[in-house]
Design a protein around this ligand. Structure first.
Ligand SMILES: Cc1cc2nc3c(=O)[nH]c(=O)nc-3n(C[C@H](O)[C@H](O)[C@H](O)COP(=O)(O)OP(=O)(O)OC[C@H]3O[C@@H](n4cnc5c(N)ncnc54)[C@H](O)[C@@H]3O)c2cc1C
Length: 404
């Protein structure tokens, strides 16, 4: 038997992971935490701070060093997301949209030419990226998408349609689009009426590509920009098509797994911060002559939150450990961990507000923002219902997983 198996910390399995976590914790304390409340309040994306993540090698965390990345694994991705979300989940969502939805996708699915041309720019922070899949009328039902692309006689692709809810779609208040958009569009229809999907790399300045509107007044995640994107006879050259036309389902599937680990890890950061806040407050606050932590109902809030937090932590890092970023094949647990962790985070943030009473309801005490931010995690990257559907389907195909 391997003698040191009991000493493995799933959340920090190697010295490299431990150092990464320490580096981000310091960065978060010094640079992320001080701005979080303001940027949420004003619904602004902190572009300067975002670009700084490039200096720390975080924007290309899962990209090979040959293209300017840090060459790290899914556990490292989870660490970054957890630590950023401890302080500012909205800012982390912008990070996830860039580093996991766009950059990681290109690193694993792009051609050599596309990778060497684009990855160094998105890894350094010179370019900000987004991923556009959802549409005004199609979210979960993604294969119904109506954005279409047709090849013209010169070989260029002409794209028409609208994409909705795109994180980093606009990077400022002046409708400046993302520098690069990983776009899914319909290039054919199969016999069942479902879209045959192709991936396009649409760059800022390409004719017919613009921001429709920045979406304001979101419940949470207000430190990330969400926008509608418009493709109006948008011309994209053939060298910006990723893979073979009509075969992009595989890009989506491969990338959804890391997205879901990322979102579950964000939930973990929210849970840890909320638990820490309620635990501290329960000793500081007195009522009826004793600390409120002496009351059984407060103990239930803290006790249940601790147990759920520990369960999430194990499930997030166990799933990350079992996920190979270059392959798909871990849908059961990436759906499972996101299903469990997102609702657990929302419940823990909710309990933190309850324990902190009126103070918990005010921005300065942070937990109300985490509670608002946590709700999005039950919707984006797949709704709770879609995870339930996928898990039930997968367990019908692989019942042996239960007894493994
Ligand atoms: C802040 C924010 C940021 C986002 N960022 C991005 C982004 O960067 N890129 C991007 O492409 N998208 C993004 N999205 C979109 C997000 O992925 C979608 O909102 C999500 O997939 C759900 O789609 P929908 O909103 O159209 O809801 P719908 O799919 O219309 O769902 C409505 C309800 O019906 C349920 N439902 C639908 N189908 C079924 C079914 N078969 N069985 C049971 N229930 C079902 C859903 O679970 C949900 O409860 C973002 C959304 C938000 C709010």
């Amino acid at each position: 038997m391997d003698s040191d198996w009991q000493s493995i910390d799933l959340a920090n399995p190697t010295e490299e992971h431990r150092m990464l976590r320490k580096m981000i914790r310091d960065f978060v304390l010094e640079e992320v935490e001080p701005q979080a409340l303001e940027y949420d309040k004003h619904e602004k994306f902190n572009q300067d701070l975002f670009r700084k993540l490039g200096d720390y090698g975080l924007l290309g965390i899962s990209v090979s060093e040959n293209y300017g990345g840090s060459g790290m694994d899914a556990t490292a991705v989870a660490i970054v997301n957890e630590e950023l979300s401890y302080s500012d989940p909205g800012f982390c969502l912008a990070y996830l949209a860039h580093a996991q939805l766009m950059v990681n996708n290109l690193a694993h699915n792009g051609s050599e030419e596309q990778k060497s041309r684009i990855l160094p720019k998105v890894c350094s922070g010179e370019w900000i990226g987004c991923m556009a899949m959802s549409e005004p009328g199609y979210g979960t039902d993604v294969l119904g998408m109506q954005t279409v692309a047709e090849q013209d006689k010169n070989g260029n692709w002409v794209i028409n349609g609208r994409k909705m809810w795109i994180t980093n779609g606009s990077i400022d208040e002046n409708s400046t689009p993302a520098d690069i958009c990983w776009l899914y569009a319909r290039t054919g229809t199969d016999s069942k009426g479902r879209a045959q999907i192709t991936t396009f790399l649409v760059e800022k300045g390409m004719s017919g590509f613009s921001v429709g509107q920045k979406i304001y007044d979101k419940t949470g995640m207000r430190a990330s920009n969400t926008a509608e994107l418009v493709f109006d006879n948008c011309i994209v050259p053939p060298e910006n098509v990723v893979g073979n036309p009509g075969e992009s389902m595989i890009h989506m599937m491969r990338n959804l797994e890391i997205e879901r680990i990322g979102l579950a890890a964000m939930s973990l950061g929210i849970a840890r911060r909320s638990l820490s806040a309620m635990n501290r407050y329960a000793s500081e606050r007195e009522a009826f002559g004793s600390e409120i932590r002496d009351f059984g109902q407060i103990q239930r809030h803290i006790g249940e939150s601790w147990a759920e937090y520990r369960a999430m932590r194990s499930y997030v890092y166990d799933t990350a450990r079992n996920t190979d970023l270059s392959k798909s094949g871990n849908r059961l647990d990436t759906d499972g961990v996101k299903l469990y962790a997102t609702t657990a985070a929302k419940n823990i943030a909710d309990r933190a507000i309850q324990v902190m009473g009126g103070y918990g309801y005010v921005g300065e005490y942070v937990v109300e923002r985490l509670w608002r931010d946590s709700k999005l995690l039950e919707i984006g990257g797949g709704t709770l219902e879609s995870h339930q559907k996928n898990i039930t389907r997968d367990l019908a195909k692989m019942p042996e997983k239960i007894d493994e």
